[in-house]
Design a protein around this ligand. Structure first.
Ligand code: SF4
Ligand code: SF4
Length: 153
């Protein structure tokens, strides 16, 4: 199934951008993906269409901190655009392996990563063991958000 990206982000907002780069100048993700900051993403959407961008793994380095939107003089909802692009990418099977593994783990254990000897480490610091995760509830949430349609678990 494909995601109609412009149902989730107002396409006309792309034309409000005047490429001042305040967003990219504040973006923590460009440290690791310098060529795909928020300003560049908007420009690429305008010049190439979103089909080009959803193939690019650098799309996934955005941590949705929302700083770009907060600093944008045009108040463009940039993180909504990035989330919509990633939803579209995931529906096409373009989802990073590491993220896929984290989702599978979340569905199986209720946690997105395994920390060995966690209880021992917590005890060492005088902390009680963590409570068990209600995995059925976690799986229900994952299904309601339709993650099971992009990652098998
Ligand atoms: S801050 Fe806003 S107007 Fe400036 S480049 Fe970024 S999205 Fe465009
Ligand atoms: S929401 Fe994403 S694109 Fe915007 S500043 Fe944060 S990391 Fe960068």
């Amino acid at each position: 199934m494909t995601v109609k990206i412009w149902n989730f982000f107002p396409r006309e907002a792309l034309y409000e951008c005047y490429q001042c780069a305040r967003c990219t100048g504040s973006c923590p993700a460009i440290e690791v993906a310098p060529a795909l900051g928020p300003r560049e993403t908007i420009l690429k959407c305008l010049n190439l269409g979103h089909d080009e961008i959803v193939e690019d793994e650098r799309l996934w380095v955005c941590c949705t901190c929302n700083v770009c939107e907060d600093r944008c003089p045009q108040k463009i909802p940039i993180s909504d655009l990035l989330v919509a692009l990633r939803n579209s990418a995931a529906r096409r099977g373009n989802i990073p392996d590491k993220l896929e593994i984290a989702i599978e783990l979340l569905a199986k254990t209720g946690r997105s990563m395994i920390v060995h000897q966690l209880d021992e480490m917590r005890a060492h610091h005088g902390l009680a063991p963590l409570l068990p995760v209600p995995i059925d509830e976690v799986r229900e949430i994952l299904k309601k958000t339709r993650l099971d349609e992009v990652v098998e678990f």
